[in-house]
Design a protein around this ligand. Structure first.
Ligand SMILES: C=CC1=C(C)c2cc3[nH]c(cc4nc(cc5[nH]c(cc1n2)c(C)c5CCC(=O)O)C(CCC(=O)O)=C4C)c(C)c3C=C
Ligand SMILES: [Fe+2]
Ligand SMILES: [Fe+2]
Length: 363
């Protein structure tokens, strides 16, 4: 039987067994076998930690109005003339302290590659060559546009776009989707597309988080008294304007706590990475860990459920700055629980989310 391509282009033929057009008519472009693409998307990361790499990356990131929604007339002069003259140096130094020097890339990049390879292996097992798995970044490289192009070139007539953020935020999920839609606008033969909704309630994601906390707890002789969940913050105004991120973070903490079987006061929800002078979601992690220490709590563990991969915000901000805040205020034992990264339970959870969202496209 002819496949969908040859039905649509009846004057072209497929070589049996190869699934590709062996020879198209001279006035017809080659048409690859129809496939499905799964495109994982994360935030992005600088190509290097030098001033210009940092400036390029931060400029793209901080010019995104989904991230910072001030009028460009006000924001762009401030960004170009003040923030981007200083921040590339300080952020560059932070990136240098966590850089994967062996591979010449940031941890977020290395981990995203590992996640992609592990998920690709799972999809290969379920669907063979029919599904192609790849990843892209919202800012920097590899760009969303280049990866959509590559998938279309490989014959993907359908693309499932998966922003790797368990909780929805306009500043992350929506802007990743916007970039995907912009890329689709450039395709002559536009693939059918779906975007994966937030998965913070997925039982396998909660289970993976639970296991990661339990693993650390079980390995410790002196158990932490409190588990601090630290989510990346956003301006409080975004919540008031209807962004569900805050509620989805609160619910994630509750589901994790219930799954651990712990009392309410053993898990504290906080928000990190405040930027600028506006009020952000509270309590701020850096202040809350100091408050805990001042109130007599000696041992805490911190987990960051909003990050699917360890990155500057976890490895540097939590494990260095926030740790320092706790210890400075009298805390004695600070344990950082790594992100789910390419943990087998995480890969199983993400693969389950993908399979569920492929339903109707593939058996
Ligand atoms: C300035 C506003 C910012 C908002 C709003 C914001 C939301 C937000 N970000 C993440 C996840 C990540 N952010 C990362 C880095 C990062 N974030 C901001 C600013 C905002 N983020 C900056 C300026 C930076 C760069 C680092 C720095 O200069 O401090 C990263 C890490 C990237 C890496 O390469 O390691 C992630 C991941 C979420 C989930 C979120 C809102 C929900
Ligand atoms: Fe951020
Ligand atoms: Fe809320």
């Amino acid at each position: 039987m002819l496949d969908a391509h040859t039905d649509a282009n009846a004057h072209a033929t497929v070589k049996p067994g190869e699934g590709r057009l062996a020879h198209a008519a001279p006035d017809h472009p080659p048409v690859p076998r129809a496939r499905i693409g799964v495109l994982l998307a994360n935030l992005g990361t600088p190509d290097n930690y030098d001033y210009w790499s940092m400036r390029r990356y931060l400029n793209e990131f901080l010019s995104d109005r989904r991230v910072i929604d001030y009028s460009p007339l006000f924001w762009q002069p401030l960004l170009q003339l003040v923030i981007l003259t200083k921040r590339p140096f300080t952020s560059g130094a932070n990136y240098k302290s966590i850089w994967n020097h062996d591979k010449g890339e940031s941890p977020l990049m290395t981990i995203t590659k590992d996640q992609t390879a592990a998920i690709a292996a799972q999809m290969q097992e379920s669907f063979g060559d029919q599904v192609i798995v790849d990843f892209c970044m919202r800012y920097g490289n590899p760009s969303t546009e280049s990866k959509v192009r590559a998938l279309v070139e490989q014959g993907c007539e359908k693309i499932l776009f998966f922003p790797l953020y368990p909780q929805y935020a306009g500043a992350t999920t929506a802007t990743a989707n916007d970039q995907f839609f912009r890329a689709l606008m450039k395709e002559k033969w536009q693939p059918a597309s779906r975007t994966v909704p937030p998965y913070f309630e997925h039982p396998l994601y909660i289970q993976a988080l639970t296991q990661s906390v339990r693993r650390v707890w079980d390995a410790m002789e002196e158990k932490p008294e409190v588990l601090v969940t630290s989510y990346h913050g956003v301006p409080k105004r975004y919540l008031l304007e209807g962004d569900p991120y805050h509620c989805q973070c609160q619910k994630t903490s509750r589901l994790l706590r219930e799954s651990l079987g712990w009392e309410k006061d053993k898990v504290v929800t906080t928000f990190q990475s405040r930027f600028g002078s506006e009020e952000w979601l509270k309590p701020y992690t850096v202040e809350e860990v100091a408050r805990l220490a001042e109130s007599g709590v000696k041992r805490i563990a911190v987990v960051a459920p909003a990050f699917s991969a360890d990155c500057i915000e976890t490895l540097e901000e939590i494990n260095e700055e926030i740790r320092e805040s706790f210890e400075h205020a009298g805390g004695e034992q600070f344990t950082y629980i790594p992100c789910l990264n390419d943990d087998a339970a995480h890969i199983a959870a993400l693969s389950a989310v993908i399979r569920e969202n492929l339903q109707g496209w593939i058996g």
